[in-house]
Ligand binder design. Structure first.
Ligand code: HEM
Length: 406
């Protein structure tokens, strides 16, 4: 029988995270959870208990509920790895803070990511992508698509915006790989972040002397030198912007390309009708939901969701892939439909932490996919599909390595 403090019908806690059987969809268990136990007890890799929320309406309600906190310093915060928990508590990236602190950081960055600002970046992003594709095509085959294209695009764009030299594409990738991995120890995460901060500190010192037009110069002159931000806060803010902006976008570009290579019908639709791209991007964001378990929260007060009472101080995860595959919100959710009209997906989260870089991410995906479809009609996998390695142990789901040829 269930423990006395649990309602009847409650199953024992399941292990979380759950693994994707199909890389292009949510873990299969989410469908059963949505139907039978939409707010379910889970056990995290750290051994901590938490609640997993899988229905669209519940995830939306949760992420805009003022009674939840994203403060990683709270005991029971449901970080998925020991390294993430310790580094987060020390560094306090603003994605894991609450107002008023969160509001202060967010206000500094928001003006840089408006629809208008991002629209103006289109020619620059197109130039960067054209150059990356040209370099890839000039190099030997096969080549790892993740490193040579997906990561190159996302890292170059974010580095270009911040004004960080992009010669170290692999360096940034390694930092995120270690800091976003559930299996990294606290020491490994600290070492990776220290490497990043050393590089950033040198650039900040240089910007103090000789500011330019880039975002880093702006943060230095308008916020560091005025005393609004300490050096530690500036490093943490720039660090989270790089980390948040890179891995997610890399994953979306690589996984979307892999899906298009597997589904020639979808590839053909985009080739025949390029104006379909914006709605295709939204559908790919919904279907692939790579940032599934990024929204980690903790109940600051008792909360009721789908008839279940979550006590104060319990960890909660709003599963975005769960929400985005909820058949009550998205008819036929397992079908990737580039003509889907009503698509209010939660791939960028919801509420006060909703992704700051979402317009930029959309632009990058659109340009990266369009340029590839137009420029390399013969693109193909250079190994059998079964040999593609996926990232199951990372905060963001993605493709580890994807050898391609053309
Ligand atoms: C927050 C997803 C690209 C910067 C988030 C959140 C999600 C997300 C789900 C909310 C996390 C939460 O509620 O705890 C994605 C996806 C992307 C993407 C799927 C690519 C397809 C980007 C880019 C940037 C960026 C390109 C920056 C240039 C951020 C930042 C936050 C955030 C700074 C924290 C916002 C806050 O806490 O207020 N992202 N993101 N993201 N994202 Fe993104």
């Amino acid at each position: 029988p269930p423990p006395a403090d649990q309602p009847t019908g409650t199953t024992p806690p399941r292990d979380f995270p759950m693994r994707r059987a199909c890389p292009f969809s949510a873990p299969q268990e989410y469908a059963a959870l949505r139907a039978e136990e939409p707010v379910a007890r889970v056990t995290l890799p750290t051994g901590r208990p938490a609640w997993a929320v899988t229905r669209y309406d519940d995830v939306r309600a949760l992420l805009s509920d003022p009674r939840i906190s994203a403060d990683i310093r709270r005991p029971n915060f449901p970080a998925l790895g020991v390294g993430e928990q310790e580094a987060g508590a020390r560094l306090r990236p603003f994605i894991r803070t609450d107002p008023p602190e969160h509001t202060r950081y967010r206000r500094m960055l928001l003006p840089e990511f408006t629809v208008r600002k991002v629209r103006a970046m289109r020619p620059t992003v197109q130039d960067l992508v054209d150059g990356i594709l040209r370099d890839m095509l000039a190099g030997p085959q096969p080549v790892d698509f993740v490193a040579s294209y997906a990561n190159a695009v996302s890292t170059s764009v974010i580095c270009g915006l911040l004004g960080i030299p992009r010669e170290n594409l692999e360096f940034f990738r390694d930092v995120t790989r270690v800091s976003g991995s559930r299996t990294s120890t606290a020491e490994e995460v600290a070492e990776a972040l220290n490497g990043l901060f050393t590089l950033l500190s040198d650039l900040i010192a240089q910007r103090r002397e000789d500011p330019g037009e880039d975002l880093l110069s702006k943060l230095v002159t308008e916020h560091l030198l005025t005393g609004d931000l300490t050096m530690h806060e500036l490093l943490s803010t720039v660090g989270i912007t790089i980390n948040a902006g890179r891995e997610t976008t890399t994953s979306m570009i690589a996984l979307s390309t892999l899906l298009l290579l597997r589904r020639s019908d979808l590839m053909e639709q985009l080739r025949a009708e390029p104006s379909l791209m914006p709605s295709a991007v939204e559908e790919l964001l919904r279907a692939l939901s790579v940032a599934d378990s990024i929204p980690l929260r903790i109940a600051a007060e008792e909360i009721e969701l789908s008839g279940r009472t979550i006590p104060a101080d319990d960890g909660i995860i709003g599963l975005l892939a769960g929400a985005n595959h909820d058949p009550d919100r998205f008819p036929d959710p397992e079908t990737v439909d580039f003509h889907r009209e009503d698509n209010p997906h939660l791939a960028f989260g919801h509420g006060m932490h909703q992704c700051i870089g979402q317009q930029l991410a959309r632009l990058e995906m659109e340009i990266a996919l369009q340029t590839l479809i137009r420029g390399v009609p013969t693109l193909r996998l250079a190994v059998p599909y079964e040999e593609i390695v996926f990232k199951h142990d990372s905060a963001t789901f993605g493709v580890e390595k994807m050898p391609v040829a053309w």
